[in-house]
Design a protein around this ligand. Structure first.
Ligand code: ADP
Length: 653
């Protein structure tokens, strides 16, 4: 569809070119027709001039005298008088000869007088017959339409009849014009007309082109832009509908699981509550069921969160606002964290999971570990998702490129369903899921590979795929990283089983890494949690129960301000969207007042996880930012950063 958009800018140029061609052709046709008509008119004009001279000459002679002329009259006074009158016309620069004729029979005419000074015809000499002469013999002045030849040359002649007093044709005055003169007249006048037409054509083309450029082009351009906008809007609408349909399905699935499982927990709990609790075996079974259901709720919640994080990540990358945070990290920790997570999923599906890391891989690299992990995790999760039997293997190695850059290479290989050759190119398109009939039971949004590819682009890395349909696939990624320490990752290469347990948590649509679970108790600390939703306050209170922190709660901004005025809190957790006074207003009131907690760290605690939210709240002055749903370990880690050190007693779980 966007090809149309690209073409639409050419469309205006094409329309203008077409209009210009049509204009040119029509102008040329118009000029051609006009020239033909002009040439006819020029010819008539020349003939009229010839006829005017012949008529004038004929008008100057007496018809009775001319008609009465005999061969014996040559040289008589009448003859000479006539001769002198016609001689006036003989000296006209345009004509060649002037003479008088007399009809002696059907198409027969003889000379009665010839005014040629050098080789005049004699009285009685026959003359060439032409159609125009025939007309003049019948009393109608006429001009030759085609040239004729005689012993004096090639001519066009004009014939004018002279009538006697009885109205009979007494003779014909003929003026000869050379054919050369006639053709010259015709062509020179035609050329001057052609030149004028060409000038007019040129000027009109220039004017038309200027008008087209000035008036039509902006109009056509505007049309093109409108078309472009229309296509874009339609396409965006289409993508949005696809997206919503997809998301609705993907989000409903875990919600359905959560609500369903929660219902089971409630039923099971009510059942145990109402029973007389006398059968410990029954109680144990019931508790086991409840724990199983709660685990399912946890899983579904994590899935839901992963989907929302994918969407946020994708929109962040799409809007060009995903920044890389490069810092040193340990490759072995990263491998073990990923390995532990994927191993559980692979084990659940009965798959072998193998990590084959090059023992010589440097252990300390510098780069955006979070994004490297995200890329590898996405590919590994897909490998597990789309494999029912066999194994998933991650091979890791490193090499130095020609320009000296260190390249981390990972190949994720599976023995799964594979991808058809013709589907390979669709693989990285957003929301693109392949073979939906076959994969309808596999959860996914079609965003994972699109995010993976864009993240790799951001890191100057690349990805390639090889796949055998029905046999399995290999996704290979190359990511440039800087080497911090040449120490190798592990002596024998990383394996899954001998790595520490890693916790996985979520933050602003991305994953926040906690490689070691560190905890603390702070029995002397006091925290205020503010939220208008009681469940959220309950969750925070429970999540922090083990830390022994004293937790007060407030269900509105105004209550929070009042409590913070009276009591000193070591940290305040402030929800944002609350009716009446919102979190930001409450925060400013606490800071600007003289209350007991006016200097306490205030952490923004919100479900607003869209691109730029974190930066906005930090700019507002909040000490930190954490998104809902809250992960207990992430919250504990954040509190460790903000509670007074003296009140914290660290414990390692
Ligand atoms: P999804 O959320 O659907 O997994 P992805 O963008 O991660 O979205 O993948 C897009 C599609 O590519 C998947 O729907 C699946 O059809 C196909 N795919 C991805 N990885 C594999 C794999 N390892 N084996 C087979 N098919 C795969």
């Amino acid at each position: 569809m966007f090809k149309d958009v690209q073409n639409s800018s050419n469309l205006s140029a094409k329309i203008i070119l077409m209009a210009e061609i049509v204009l040119l052709i029509s102008s040329m046709l118009f000029c051609g027709v006009s020239l033909y008509r002009a040439r006819l008119a020029i010819r008539k004009n020349i003939q009229q001039r010839m006829l005017d001279i012949a008529n004038c000459a004929a008008g100057s002679v007496d018809g009775d005298v001319l008609g009465a002329l005999k061969i014996d009259d040559v040289g008589s006074d009448e003859y000479n008088d006539l001769y002198r009158k016609l001689a006036v016309f003989r000296d006209n620069v345009e004509l060649e000869y002037i003479y008088s004729l007399k009809q002696t029979g059907e198409e027969e005419f003889i000379f009665t007088m010839d005014l040629d000074k050098y080789t005049p015809a004699s009285y009685g000499d026959p003359t060439e017959y032409t159609d125009a002469l025939g007309l003049a013999g019948d009393g109608t002045a006429a001009v030759d339409e085609v040239p004729y030849s005689d012993k004096w040359g090639q001519f066009y002649s004009a014939y004018s009849p002279v009538f006697d007093s009885k109205g009979n044709v007494a003779g014909i005055i003929v003026v000869d014009f050379s054919a050369e003169w006639f053709d010259n007249q015709l062509s020179s006048q035609t050329w001057s007309t052609v030149t004028s037409y060409l000038i007019i054509l040129l000027i009109s083309l220039l004017v038309a082109a200027a008008l087209l450029l000035g008036t039509v082009r902006p109009f056509v351009k505007m049309q093109g832009q409108l078309l472009e906008e229309k296509v874009r809007a339609e396409s965006a609408n289409h993508a949005k509908s696809d997206f919503l349909a997809n998301m609705s399905h993907e989000i409903r699935t875990p919600i359905n699981a959560m609500l369903g499982m929660n219902e089971m927990i409630l039923r099971e709990s009510r059942k145990s509550q109402s029973s007389d609790n006398s059968d410990p075996e029954e109680m144990r079974r019931s508790m086991k069921n409840i724990i199983g259901f709660a685990d399912d709720v946890e899983n579904a919640g994590q899935n839901l969160l992963a989907i929302i994080n994918d969407i946020l990540d994708f929109s962040k990358i799409d809007s060009g606002r995903m920044d890389l945070v490069e810092k040193p990290y340990r490759v072995s920790s990263m491998i073990s964290a990923i390995g532990n997570m994927v191993m559980l999923k692979a084990r659940d599906k009965g798959l072998d999971f193998i990590i084959d890391a090059d023992p010589l891989l440097p252990d300390e690299l510098c780069g955006d570990e979070l994004r490297v992990r995200q890329v590898l995790t996405n590919l590994l999760n897909n490998a597990v998702k789309y494999t029912d039997h066999g194994s998933v293997t991650m091979m890791l190695c490193g090499r130095t490129a020609d320009d000296g850059t260190f390249l981390l290479e990972a190949a994720i290989k599976d023995t799964g369903i594979g991808i058809r050759q013709e589907d390979l190119e669709k693989l990285f398109k957003r929301f693109q899921r392949l073979e939906m009939d076959r994969n309808s039971t596999v959860e996914g949004t079609g965003l994972g590979l699109a995010i993976t590819q864009r993240l790799l682009e951001l890191m100057d890395g690349n990805i390639s795929v090889e796949s055998l349909y029905g046999k399995g696939s290999v996704f290979t990624v190359t990511i440039p990283q800087k080497v911090v320490s040449e120490d190798i990752a592990t002596e024998e290469g990383a394996t899954v089983s001998d790595t520490p347990r890693a916790e996985n948590t979520q933050e602003t649509g991305t994953q926040q890494i906690i490689t070691e679970r560190e905890s603390f108790v702070a029995p002397t600390a006091r925290v205020l949690a503010v939220d208008d939703t009681l469940t959220n306050l309950t969750v925070v209170t429970y999540l922090l129960k083990d830390t022994k922190i004293a937790i007060d709660t407030a269900m509105s901004g105004a209550d929070a301000v009042e409590m913070a005025r009276k009591t000193h809190y070591d940290v305040i957790l402030m929800d944002q969207r609350m009716p009446g006074m919102d979190g930001t207003e409450a925060f400013h009131k606490i800071r600007s007042g003289e209350g007991a907690s006016s200097d306490s760290p205030v952490i923004c605690f919100t479900a607003d996880a869209v691109v730029g939210a974190r930066e906005r709240y930090l700019e507002e002055g909040f000490s930190d930012y954490i998104t809902k749903p809250i992960n207990g370990y992430a919250l504990e880690k954040m509190l460790m950063d903000h509670l007074p050190e003296a009140k914290i007693k660290r414990v390692t779980a």
